[in-house]
Design a protein. Structure first.
Length: 175
């Protein structure tokens, strides 16, 4: 009888442990999340009609249309190209005397959700400084844009003759 009670006790303990183990092994439900995952900025941005103004040396600028197909605003924080040792994101604004001047834009270009952002002469543009070689009409210039989320977008711009875009440059310490 003692032997049967011992087996009965062992059986009850084993059953209880199996139930506890089975409950512990059941995964907790996943937390509720948005149905749409946030995509990297580079996955929702495209560049079209990209071009660069011809220049033999010094500075020039790149233009085009950035399209944000995403549901959230995206910020471009930088641009690089082998065509220049330095590049900056610029805006063109009126100074105190009424002259139009170019200057680096603080915080980068904010591309509104589901819209176009135009880079154009006398407006927002990518400034190329200290060109590494002359840029002639028909040349192609590779660029990489960097977004606030760390993603990047590569595109190529064709070099074109253009007689406009002769604004004054205001460097970061010249204002």
């Amino acid at each position: 009888m003692i032997l049967s009670r011992t087996f009965a006790s062992i059986a009850i303990i084993a059953a209880a442990m199996t139930t506890v183990t089975a409950c512990a092994a059941t995964p907790a439900p996943a937390p509720a999340t948005s149905t749409e995952q946030v995509k990297p900025a580079a996955d929702v941005i495209t560049m079209s009609d990209a071009w660069v103004k011809t220049a033999d040396k010094g500075m020039t600028a790149a233009f085009g249309t950035l399209t944000n197909a995403g549901d959230a605003d995206v910020t471009v924080v930088g641009a690089t190209t082998a065509a220049a040792t330095m590049s900056e994101l610029h805006e063109t604004v009126e100074d105190a005397s009424g002259a139009m001047v170019m200057r680096p834009i603080e915080g980068g270009f904010v591309l509104p959700a589901r819209s176009d952002f135009v880079l154009k002469p006398a407006g927002n543009h990518i400034m190329l400084m200290e060109l590494t070689a002359p840029l002639h009409a028909g040349d192609e210039v590779p660029f990489t844009l960097e977004f606030a989320d760390g993603s990047t977008l590569a595109f190529t711009a064709v070099v074109k003759d253009y007689s406009g875009a002769n604004e004054n440059y205001v460097g970061s310490g010249d204002e």
